[in-house]
Design a protein around this ligand. Structure first.
Ligand code: ADP
Ligand code: MG
Length: 359
């Protein structure tokens, strides 16, 4: 497929879809977006919108027929619908990566199988599993639903067995994992990409600060030492190859108080921690993703300025001028605000972000 001839379908019209569509437009790629709401942020840049729920196979298949290649901006899409179409269309990132990332149990098993260090985890699927694994649980632990969790939703820190039983019951015994709670020193993400010629690209790592389990700030580059940077990048490259991956992949890592590395999650897509690349890099994560999924070469030399991304969560969107004046942002000379134009302000909802750049 050549530049200009790829009609790209994006499943999901949120802010990630919006930035993908915007960057695609810059390189003359026509974008069609499938969304479950009529006020999707991506509408602003899409050539055409399609509406339906994300598990409506027939609507999705109708959408797939209209485009040359398909990608997605979030994970909770029916793998079954995609599989039905996989042979006829280019669907990137590959479906196996999507199904692993949809299920925390599969994710941990993928890390184990490939000797990638991660927080020790036990799995709860049937009621009797809790009795069987009781002796192996170490507290404090984190109970996480295996599926559909994001921004800390479906997660509970548990200090003892009684609490664990209670929270699992509250979750109606949904499939869960029990994960060792790590003494976090740093949270780092790697955003990397692989194109259809199997060429790999990795951004310098990003350091992430969370508040209430939601990403609050990202520092780029992360400032970790060279040795750790190389370790994280090498693990990420190994994952890209194992998954025979095409597109941008984000891997979240933990570093603990003894500098040990743990892989946390895979996101088979562009990521909130990469929003800073819109301004501090010669190539954004969105353009790299579009290039890879449309069969273009990745841009391989990255020029980076120091940058900081600050998420605008809930009412933050009304406090931007106050945020600009915060002392810690003073040293940054260039500032750019990105509102997502969502109609309703909700607590915990990502309403926009600010990129701060040192020039
Ligand atoms: P999601 O991002 O899908 O909500 P994560 O597993 O990334 O789920 O968890 C969200 C945040 O919760 C992490 O970024 C981290 O701050 C904290 N967290 C999650 N798991 C652990 C753990 N095992 N130990 C310590 N903190 C954790
Ligand atoms: Mg996460």
């Amino acid at each position: 497929m050549k530049l200009n001839t790829c009609k790209l379908g994006i499943i999901g019209g949120g802010q990630l879809g919006m930035f993908l569509a915007k960057e695609a437009k810059k390189i003359n790629i026509e974008v069609h977006v499938y969304s479950n709401t009529h006020d999707a942020p991506a509408k602003k840049y899409a050539k055409k919108m399609y509406y339906g729920s994300f598990d409506d196979s027939s609507k999705l298949i109708n959408f797939f027929k209209k485009v040359d290649a398909i990608t997605y901006e979030f994970e909770n899409i029916s793998v079954e619908s995609l599989k039905k179409f996989n042979k006829k269309k280019n669907i990137f990132p590959p479906i196996n990566a999507l199904s692993i990332s949809q299920n925390r149990e599969l994710e941990k098993k993928f890390f184990s199988k490939n000797n990638i260090s991660h927080a020790k985890s036990l799995f709860l699927n049937k009621k009797k599993d809790l009795r069987d694994i009781k002796k192996r649980i170490r507290f404090p632990a984190i109970l996480k639903t295996s599926r559909f969790g994001y921004d800390g939703k479906g997660q509970f820190v548990v200090k003892n067995f009684v609490e664990l039983e209670k929270y699992w019951k509250d979750l109606d015994y949904a499939a869960c994992i029990i994960e060792k709670k790590i003494k976090l020193k740093k949270e780092i993400s790697v955003i990397c990409a692989r194109d259809q010629n199997k060429k790999i690209f990795c951004y310098p790592t990003f350091r992430n600060i969370h508040k209430n389990h939601i990403l609050f700030e990202t520092y780029s580059p992360s400032g970790i030492d060279k040795n750790q940077e190389n370790k994280l990048t090498n693990i990420s490259k190994r994952i890209l190859k194992k998954l025979n991956y095409i597109g941008v992949l984000t891997i979240e890592f933990f570093i603990d108080d003894r500098n040990r590395i743990y892989a946390n999650e895979l996101a088979p897509r562009v990521h909130n921690s990469g929003h800073i690349t819109l301004d501090n890099s010669n190539i954004s994560q969105f353009e790299q993703h579009i290039r890879a999924v449309c069969g273009l070469d990745l841009i391989n030399s990255v020029k980076l300025k120091k940058g900081l991304m600050r998420n605008l969560i809930g009412k933050d969107i009304e406090l931007v001028s106050k945020i600009y004046k915060e002392k810690k942002y003073k040293e940054y000379l260039k500032v750019k605000k990105y509102p997502y134009n969502k109609k309703k302000i909700k607590e915990g909802r990502k309403m926009g972000h600010i990129n701060f750049i040192k020039t």
